[in-house]
Design a protein around this ligand. Structure first.
Ligand code: FES
Length: 271
């Protein structure tokens, strides 16, 4: 009886930070997430501040789409506003990247991943934590993570705009006539793949599933809503996969356009 009680106490004893009986490489995933996200943040920040070489022919880097103000033919409202403070760096990407950045930052999957990878909080299942209490995300600043649903609405608009950019990436100016002619280049396929992966990531969002499921998160009896709920639930199971694939594709799309604009890569025409 006494032995049992001693055993009980041992099981309930709080582990010290990093203490565990796990023998597997539990630290591998947080390290991989740390390296992957760090690489993306460094590259995307660098690319966003460049403000040049973000277009090539009909291609527009997704980091700069939509281009609200800028010098390229893709700009909606013309060049940089005259009221822009001269001391403040200008890049079309800085005007819009808060939206997709906020969407990813507040994503349920990424939250779990970067809390572990960047704050070691928690480190991993059955691994001792440094913190002694848990207050969840109910107070400032973590309560702002609830903005995710609103970032989702904006992200859906961005997906539609990026899809339109793919359509525009199929029209190349003929140097002889100056007329736009239909064609497909490798860059068109890069941008198409990117919008498919970004769209799948966005449509697999947990918040969209809850929105379609209503308050009880159950499939609606209306046929269209039922089909939509089932589709979103299906791709939602691989949300982590879509998160990483779309992150890689959006970074690669910018790199592709940038290296073509620099003349380092050649954009091969397929059609
Ligand atoms: Fe990841 Fe919404 S939960 S995008």
């Amino acid at each position: 009886m006494e032995d049992d009680s001693v055993g009980h106490v041992e099981i309930l004893k709080r582990r010290s930070f990093g203490e565990t009986r796990r023998r597997d490489a539990w630290w591998g995933q947080p390290v991989a997430v740390f390296l992957g996200l760090s690489a993306f943040i460094v590259y995307s920040t660098w690319a966003a501040f460049q403000g040049v070489e973000y277009t090539f022919g009909p291609y527009l880097s997704p980091f700069y789409a939509p281009e609200l103000f800028g010098d390229s033919p893709h700009s909606w409202f013309g060049p940089k506003p005259g009221l822009w403070p001269s001391w403040m760096p200008f890049s079309p990407a800085l005007l819009i990247l808060w939206a997709p950045g906020g969407f990813r930052f507040t994503c349920y999957y990424y939250r779990g991943a970067y809390y572990k990878a960047f704050a070691a909080d928690p480190l991993a299942c059955t691994v001792g934590e440094g913190r002694k209490s848990y207050r969840g995300e109910g107070s400032f600043p973590f309560i702002l993570q609830n903005l995710h649903r609103y970032f989702l609405y904006i992200a859906l608009v961005f997906i539609a705009l990026l899809a339109f950019d793919v359509w525009k990436a199929m029209w190349f100016t003929d140097p002889a006539t100056g007329q736009a002619a239909f064609g497909i280049g490798v860059g068109t396929l890069v941008l198409l793949t990117n919008v498919i992966l970004l769209g799948t990531y966005t449509l697999s969002c947990h918040s969209l599933r809850h929105l379609l499921g209503g308050r009880r998160d159950e499939a609606s009896k209306a046929a269209a809503a039922f089909v939509a709920y089932r589709c979103v639930s299906c791709i939602n199971r691989r949300h982590m996969l879509w998160a990483w694939m779309s992150l890689c594709s959006v970074g690669f799309s910018d790199l592709y356009v940038r290296l073509c604009a620099k003349g380092i890569w050649v954009d091969w025409r397929i059609l």
